[in-house]
Design a protein around this ligand. Structure first.
Ligand code: 5AD
Ligand code: SF4
Length: 509
């Protein structure tokens, strides 16, 4: 049995079709809704690029699209509600236009599987994170069935984490990394590059190990050739993606490659100016990686390393595998090897058993570690996780909200104070293009050569300044004159000006 047959299950009610049949009597408008993390954004980009090659055209109007895809997230219940209500709204449209093909892909597809057909009977196929290569074929199959007034309910998903030998489970999750269409990237100068899939950490609250399967690192040769193609297409910044990206490990031609080795390889690619990676796992933040960042000028001085909680008891419930003291040790090493490196975190508030005292410890950790920013989430019980099995979701929503707001306020205060240190200093910015607020205002504004542009500093701070939009994709020096908790505001300094005037501002990253 081929692998795809093995992992493609069919609903008993469904009707087999000959996949050689292709129905062309439909419009090629494609609508896609994506929720969730950067991995999902990359998956959507790649699926859309593949479908565009087959003649599809993206539309923002779900009503006119005869192919509708949802790329879903299961990390919190709220993200799932969002998709189920979008599916609910589509019910009438699907009845009215029988040509409409609807597919659900991603983490919720892997997690809920057939339940999706029960909750949303208008869905034609459900395709997991490890089967994305099958999307085009599943759309064609659904179309053939619709043309014959039949509905197939195709389910293509990976195995559960206890449903076979490790190798079988691993093989049922395939990384999807076809060559892409440069026009489809959200920015011509930036690209995500997947270096690994899955997760083996099994934090007690988290669905990712089951929705994305076992940890698997892609080979360095494959990754490098993808980065070279991207650089040839004009990409300046690559962001390497993995759930625990610094756990990257791959043996090729008898040599073990870790993330630090990969950074060296990518650093040599001509045209690439910046290399970032997310998300890191605290226990795997080894010195060889920090030293590689120190020694490689293209590596950003920025690490996203979620602490999740500031109380050891809660970290233990979470099965994170470290204590606050371990995290402190990591922060010391980061500050020693990479002075000025910014660190951001994720936190969960309202985890079962979180007392007021333990919440105070999370606040204290924000004060101590002075994160550049923190993403703060209210605990959401996820069926199938260890936390859901072991603990009652016992913190009332009101308390979760209050704790969430307290953390946000404190983090904002710290971010603004630390950003203020940049006032009067110069930062090197990779210019991304017009800022969002400039885009909004552009309808009313008078034409002028200078627009409000945005980019990021080498320590990943958002920087806005006025400049010529043609600077997009280049590195610019900006003097910071004001700040908010999230943004540095500045004036561009041309390199010639610096040279002629000899003006020297202290350079921060
Ligand atoms: N409830 C709330 N937040 C969660 N996260 C992961 N699982 C849950 C959950 N069940 C958060 C973690 C993780 C981020 C991506 O989402 O903080 O780092
Ligand atoms: Fe989820 Fe933990 Fe893996 Fe992150 S490290 S994806 S929180 S299980």
């Amino acid at each position: 049995m081929s692998q795809s047959e093995e992992i493609t299950q069919q609903d008993p009610e469904s009707v087999q079709t000959d996949s050689a049949d292709v129905v062309t009597d439909h419009n090629h408008k494609l609508y896609i809704e994506t929720v969730g993390c950067q991995m999902n954004m990359l998956d959507s980009e790649l699926v859309v690029a593949d479908l565009r090659k087959r003649g599809y055209e993206l539309t923002q109007n779900v009503k006119e699209a005869e192919t509708v895809l949802f790329n879903t997230c299961s990390v919190r219940e709220h993200a799932e509600h969002k998709i189920y209500s979008s599916l609910g709204r589509l019910r009438y449209g699907a009845r009215k236009n029988p040509k409409k093909v609807i597919g659900v892909m991603g983490c919720m597809a892997q997690k809920d599987q057939k339940l999706i057909f029960q909750k949303a009977p208008q869905v034609d196929f459900v395709v997991g994170t490890g089967q994305l290569a099958q999307v085009a074929e599943l759309i064609d199959k659904a179309r053939v069935n619709h043309s014959q007034n039949r509905r197939s309910r195709e389910l293509a998903v990976g195995l559960g984490r206890k449903d076979g030998k490790r190798e079988e489970i691993t093989n049922s999750f395939q990384s999807y990394d076809p060559l892409r269409d440069p026009e489809m990237r959200p920015s011509p100068y930036q690209a995500f590059v997947r270096i690994m899939i899955g997760c083996d950490k099994f934090c007690s609250y988290c669905v990712v190990p089951s929705t994305r399967g076992p940890e698997q690192s892609r080979g360095p040769r494959e990754i490098l050739s993808e980065v070279k193609v991207l650089a040839d297409q004009g990409v300046k910044e690559v962001t390497l993606l993995g759930q625990t990206v610094n756990s990257y490990k791959h043996t090729q031609d008898g040599k073990l490659y870790r993330l630090s080795d990969l950074l060296y390889l990518i650093h040599d690619v001509e045209g690439i100016d910046r290399i970032k990676f997310v998300t890191s796992y605290p226990k795997d933040m080894t010195n060889d990686l920090l030293e590689a960042i120190r020694d490689l000028p293209k590596a950003t001085r920025y690490l996203h390393v979620p602490l999740q909680h500031g109380c050891d008891d809660v970290l233990k419930y979470m099965k994170r595998g470290y204590t606050v003291e371990d995290y402190r040790d990591m922060m010391h090493r980061i500050n020693e090897i990479l002075p000025g490196c910014s660190v951001s975190s994720d936190f969960i508030v309202g985890h079962p058993g979180e007392t007021e005292e333990s919440h105070q410890k999370s606040l204290e950790s924000i004060r101590e570690f002075r994160f550049k920013n923190s993403f703060i989430f209210k605990y959401s019980e996820r069926p199938g996780t260890k936390a859901a099995e072991r603990f009652e979701d016992d913190i009332p929503e009101e308390i979760k909200k209050r704790r969430n707001n307290e953390m946000l306020d404190l983090q904002n205060e710290i971010s603004e104070a630390d950003n203020a240190e940049f006032i009067g200093r110069q930062v090197e910015v990779l210019v991304e293009g017009p800022s969002k607020s400039a885009l909004k205002a552009s309808d009313n504004s008078a034409d002028s050569l200078a627009e409000q542009l945005m980019g990021r500093s080498k320590c990943d701070r958002i920087v806005v300044f006025d400049g010529n939009p043609r600077l997009a994709g280049s590195l610019a020096d900006v003097e910071v004159i004001d700040v908010t908790p999230t943004t540095l505001i500045g004036n561009i300094i041309t390199r010639e000006y610096q040279h002629q005037s000899g003006a020297s501002l202290p350079i921060l990253q």
